[in-house]
Design a binder for this molecule. Structure first.
Ligand SMILES: O=C(O)CCC(=O)C(=O)O
Ligand SMILES: [Fe+2]
Length: 341
């Protein structure tokens, strides 16, 4: 007998949002269950064409194929805004080294250096660093941010409707475009010491993450049994997971789920591009008004990972922890937990 894998992620076809009412209702029921029970799903029917997706992966691979000097020309050590290139082994999750390199990109905005008394999270706003050796990257990345922002916005509205909340409850938190974040990532195979941590177990900081992964695999999700389960790549689908803000907003009714990436074996490379649908830095995530609020179990309480309702503090916590070299170089004064908030 073949047992079905209980961790096969639910597949949600977002095109049903514009379809006949019965299809829409069925999709919303499935979305409600996925967000409440698992916190992860595979998203199809999102309207991003295979050609556009292939082009983004092509430009991602090209960036990592540039000579090291061209990648180092946009080193994130030179950005107080945590933008640019992080070398393999310079990022940390759960206190241990991640074996990946990456390019961090956000909305292209002028720097907003916090004045005395203003929250330190304004450091997270600022210009990107674009690789001069690959001019095609900038338009491709900014276009992807726009398009996935629109998909994520629709998905969030469908999710809020699905659980009985007003669809536009968080419109104010995203006013002006929110604080989107795109990460182009390469996992360059196994580390020389044999450690398998591509990226360590973590939750994402914001509302929703839409992940494009290539065909290699390695992403794993923590199940209710506390074990990590593979999320096999599904061609044409984005892996979607809920971030800490939705867990905070719903007092744990919706789940931000731990996930990690196991390094590909040997010298095999894996590429992925998560898009993080984050609200404005100064958005205070108000508790969601919805009919299931009374059954919410409470958000996770982990002394090593406090959850902040004001989004900017939640992201700043993560960035200081993940990029200690950038933090030491530009933000030494923020390195005590009390200073960061
Ligand atoms: O590369 C992946 O598949 C996941 C990456 C991830 O979880 C993250 O960067 O937050
Ligand atoms: Fe993540």
């Amino acid at each position: 007998m073949i047992l079905s894998d209980p961790f096969q992620l639910p597949v949600i076809d977002l095109s049903a949002a514009a379809g006949p009412a019965p299809d829409r209702a069925r999709m919303r029921r499935a979305l409600h269950a996925a967000a409440h029970d698992v916190g992860f799903l595979q998203l199809t029917g999102h309207g991003i064409t295979p050609a556009r997706t292939a082009e983004l992966l092509r430009v991602t691979r090209k960036f990592f194929a540039l000579p090291e000097a061209d990648r180092r020309a946009v080193d994130n050590l030179d950005s107080p805004h945590f933008r640019g290139y992080t070398r393999i082994g310079d990022e940390r999750t759960g206190g241990a080294r991640d074996w990946r390199d990456q390019l961090d990109i956000g909305a292209e905005r002028p720097p907003r250096v916090p004045a005395p008394g203003e929250p330190a999270y304004w450091w997270l706003e600022g210009p990107n660093q674009w690789p001069a050796a690959l001019p095609a990257l900038r338009p491709a990345a900014l276009d992807w941010i726009d398009r996935l922002g629109a998909v994520a916005d629709l998905l969030l509205r469908e999710l809020l409707t699905a659980i009985g909340a007003p669809a536009d409850f968080y419109a104010g938190a995203f006013a002006g475009g929110g604080h989107p974040h795109l990460k182009m990532i390469r996992y360059p195979g196994s580390a020389p010491d044999g450690a398998a941590q591509g990226v360590g177990a973590h939750k994402d900081y914001g509302f929703l993450t839409l992940l494009l992964q290539d065909g290699v695999g390695g992403l794993q999700v923590e199940g209710p049994d506390g074990r990590f389960h593979d999320v096999p790549p599904r061609p044409g689908a984005f892996v979607v997971n809920l971030g800490e803000m939705l867990e905070v907003a719903t007092d744990g009714y919706l789940k931000a789920t731990n996930h990690r990436v196991v390094s590909p074996p040997g010298a095999r490379e894996r590429y992925s591009v998560p898009f993080f649908h984050n609200p404005r830095l100064d958005a205070r995530t108000s508790p969601l008004v919805f009919p299931h609020a009374s059954t919410a179990p409470g958000a996770t309480r982990d002394p090593d990972n406090p959850l902040f309702a004001e989004y900017g503090f939640n992201e700043l916590k993560g960035k200081l922890r993940a990029h200690p070299d950038v933090a030491r170089r530009h933000h030494a004064a923020l390195l005590t937990p009390a200073a960061a908030v």
